[in-house]
Design a protein around this ligand. Structure first.
Ligand code: ATP
Ligand code: MG
Ligand code: MG
Length: 385
């Protein structure tokens, strides 16, 4: 059978591997931490840093195909791997999406709108642009950020003083974006196969807390035309970028229903975890089908699904609720050893007939703070019935 090398042994790799094992595939994970979530379910783990070229060579020698579930790896390293092993996702998609400026340009080049943005290297530029736009802005590091790390919202000029000088001394580049007054955050995971076949999953509406995804709702409670538009834009990007594998497209919906794209991820996405239990084919299985050139599976959504993340701070409440969880609650625990605050430890997917019903069950567990009225609005509900 085929042996697949997985660069990155986080929960995304773990769930890809769990799905791949059903297809009879073998997996070797490369990740610096022993007992990482992906390593636990692999046939073998190479414990090494992502910049260890010797370890990468070892992985390439032992595998038929290499995939990545982690995007902060050196593009040049992946290019070298491409010379000796099949790396269907390729280095180009990685390099485009790992830098916010090249990513924004690529989205624009696909004909899809993004928030107005500027490249920034010093404090004065920010001030100038803020005066020019006369709008609240968000400053982001161009590389390596996730879960809102490396982001600063600046509402007025005085907020600039909260930024430490060190941020601008090493010539580091930032991106400054207009803060978008969105009414919904939605995302679409699209698969594109080596054969060019494309397929989009149902868009989700996403709710963040402290910049970390809290929950995702499928199907998204938005107008059918917007759902259609979201899928079309995501497919347009996947085709323009000639994605092989998956691309997750995060979007903002404006009050008039128009969409702008926030960012991309060249891999399975947290907002697509609902597909594991609610869809005919999961995003993880689809990812493998796409990179291996198998016909893509049906993305049909069988049931309403609400996926909620379990962070480090929820671990104890989760353990104490575990025996009470009914069978419409699907448990995914990643097996991470250290439960740090804000760290994604697992997720629960609630399969119900309605979003209200799922939210009711979620609230009943007592694991998370109940949704506020503002949060309910953000996912398209007035109240929980
Ligand atoms: P992720 O964990 O999704 O990779 P990230 O750290 O890469 O997150 P973004 O997705 O760019 O960062 O931003 C995190 C969140 O911050 C967004 O989901 C959104 O809620 C908010 N945000 C980011 N950019 C903007 C913007 N231009 N206007 C309004 N809100 C924004
Ligand atoms: Mg991101
Ligand atoms: Mg994001």
């Amino acid at each position: 059978g085929l042996t697949i090398g997985v660069i990155g042994g986080g929960q995304l790799g773990r769930m890809v591997i769990l799905e791949g094992r059903k297809l009879g595939l073998r997996f070797i994970t490369l990740d610096p931490s022993p007992h990482c979530p992906g390593g636990q379910v692999s046939d073998r783990q190479i414990v090494a840093a992502y910049d260890d070229s010797q370890a990468m060579k070892e992985l390439a020698n032992a595998c038929d195909v290499i995939i990545y579930e982690f995007e902060n790896i050196d593009g040049a390293m992946v290019r070298r791997l491409e010379d000796v092993c099949a790396v269907p996702q390729g280095s180009r998609l990685l390099e485009t999406t790992q830098h916010r400026l090249t990513e924004k340009k690529a989205i624009q080049a696909s004909g899809v709108p993004v928030a107005p943005y500027r490249a920034i290297t010093d404090r004065h530029e920010i001030l100038n642009v803020m005066q020019e736009w006369n709008r609240s802005v968000v400053l982001k590091t161009t590389m390596g950020g996730y879960d809102g790390k490396g982001q600063w919202i600046l509402q007025q000029e005085e907020d600039l003083q909260t930024l430490p000088d060190e941020m601008f001394t090493s010539g580091q580049e930032y991106i400054l974006e207009q803060l978008i007054p969105f009414v919904r955050e939605i995302s679409v995971v699209v698969a594109r196969s080596t054969t060019g076949e494309v397929s989009a999953f149902s868009p989700t509406v996403n709710l963040h807390r402290n910049h970390i995804l809290h929950l995702s709702v499928a199907p998204a409670m938005i107008e059918q035309e917007v759902i259609q538009q979201a899928k079309e834009l995501a497919i347009q990007i996947a085709e323009h970028l000639e994605v092989i594998g998956l691309v997750a497209v995060e979007m903002f919906m404006l009050p008039d229903g128009s969409l702008i794209v926030n960012e991309l991820a060249p891999r399975p996405h947290n907002s697509g975890h609902y597909t594991f239990d609610a869809c005919e084919t999961s995003q993880f299985a689809q990812f493998l089908r796409a990179v291996l050139g198998l016909p893509l599976g049906s993305t049909q959504l069988h049931q309403t699904a609400v996926m909620v993340n379990l962070l480090g701070e929820h671990q104890n409440a989760f353990y104490s609720q575990f025996s009470q969880l009914s069978q419409e609650v699907k448990v995914h625990w990643y097996g991470k050893t250290e439960a740090k605050r804000g760290r994604k430890m697992g997720h629960l997917t609630f399969l119900t007939d309605s979003v209200s019903e799922a939210l009711h069950l979620i609230e009943k567990t007592g694991i998370w703070e109940p949704l506020t009225l503002k949060e309910l609005h953000e996912i398209g509900l007035e109240t929980i019935k």
